[in-house]
Ligand binder design. Structure first.
Ligand code: ADP
Ligand code: MG
Length: 365
């Protein structure tokens, strides 16, 4: 199966209502769904570029519509043992965080709280339908990659080691060594943990917005189903990538330049990986950044959904074009759809497909 690549065009905010809108959704034919994004050429306004995606969501699309069309259909597969990865890509200010996290009001909730809510609901149903024979546990890890360093967001910032956590490859998966994990019983549990740890993203020197647009945030939801001595584990990862804009155009401070170089590098490596895979190259440059190692596009088994967030205004023109270019090539990536093996509790780890993180079990706070 390919990576599914969908584009979401955000509406104008109140203060933007007088802005010039240049990005629009279109269809190949009358009656067909929206799959095309159109944008004028920056050099010649009368010329229009078209980019094709698996699906395109217009300005008016609600959080619920996006979730039920793109994420809900994969929850079943997650419980069948497939890993699911959803990542938001795009320029800062285009709606990545709105799409993934969303607002506090029920209708404004993004992919992440909806995903968790669905996972808890399905987990409870499975346990109930099995008459208690199957137990379902949900555990969270949450971390960010900042300047190509991995920081655990479930730990308070003063406990961080400046060099960050190392990565290691294990059973064909990239794991973050020493990453913590918390059990989560229900949506309330999750929300408390999520709000707390998002606060950990604020560092002394940087405002939240500036910081979050420069780091990649990765939430990992591990679902463990135990029936007798059989254990099935799968994970859903929800990733809010750093802004894909060309920071070199706007930033000049030294720290900013180091950050920009690291962000630009990881997003540049991502675009190179996408190109290499879509060309069918043998060598994919995954290992050149931590973000691409973790994302392992086309290498990870399971289902991958890339959401390209777009702002429709002219002020984003060049950055929008560049993100359209990168993401429209990502569709050609093949993802192997392989279920994680069911493992037996007593089996030695070497014989298992139990990939995932090196776990430090921690009690629920
Ligand atoms: P990013 O994370 O890509 O930098 P944000 O998610 O912070 O962008 O979005 C920028 C602004 O646009 C925020 O004020 C957000 O609430 C608003 N916004 C983004 N997408 C939508 C949407 N689909 N509907 C309404 N407001 C949106
Ligand atoms: Mg954001």
């Amino acid at each position: 199966m390919s990576v599914r690549v969908v584009a979401r065009i955000r509406p104008l905010l109140e203060k933007e209502l007088d802005r010039d809108v240049i990005v629009r959704a279109d269809r190949v034919d009358d009656g067909k769904p929206l799959t095309i994004v159109k944008i004028p050429s920056p050099k010649n306004e009368s010329e229009e570029f078209s980019f094709a995606f698996n699906s395109v969501y217009e300005q008016a699309t609600s959080q619920e519509e996006l979730f039920s069309a793109e994420v809900a259909p994969h929850i079943k597969a997650l419980f069948q043992g497939l890993d699911v990865t959803i990542f938001a890509y795009g320029v800062t200010g285009t709606g990545k965080t709105h799409t993934m996290r969303g607002g506090l009001k029920l209708a404004e909730r993004g992919v992440i709280p909806r995903l968790l809510s669905n996972v808890f609901r399905r987990g409870k149903k499975i346990a109930k339908d099995s008459d208690g024979e199957t137990t379902v546990q949900v555990a969270l890890s949450y971390y960010e990659i900042y300047n190509d360093k991995v920081f655990d967001l479930l730990e308070s910032p003063d406990k961080r080691t400046p060099s960050g956590l190392p990565l290691r490859e294990k059973d064909g998966k990239t794991i973050v060594v020493g990453l913590s994990e918390r059990a989560c019983e229900d949506l309330k549990d999750f929300e408390k943990l999520y709000i707390e740890s998002n606060n950990n993203r604020i560092t002394a020197a940087t405002k939240l917005n500036a910081h979050s647009s420069r780091s990649h945030a990765i939430l990992r939801v591990k679902v463990t189903q135990v029936t007798g001595d059989m254990v099935r584990e799968s994970t859903a990862s929800a990733i809010d990538l750093a802004g894909s804009e060309d920071n070199r155009r706007t930033e000049n401070g030294k720290e900013r330049l180091i950050e920009s170089a690291a962000i630009n590098k990881s997003l540049f490596v991502l675009s190179q990986c996408i190109d290499a895979i879509s060309r069918g190259d043998k060598r994919i440059p995954y290992r050149e950044s931590k973000m691409t190692r973790i994302l392992s596009l086309g290498q990870n088994n399971g289902i991958t959904i890339m959401i390209l967030n777009l702002a429709p205004m002219r002020s984003y023109h060049l950055d929008t074009l560049s993100s359209l270019n990168v993401s429209s090539r990502a569709k050609r990536i093949e993802v192997r759809e392989i279920e994680n093996e069911v493992v037996f509790k007593q089996a030695p780890r070497a014989t298992t497909g139990l990939g995932g993180l090196n776990i430090q079990r921690q009690p629920l706070r």
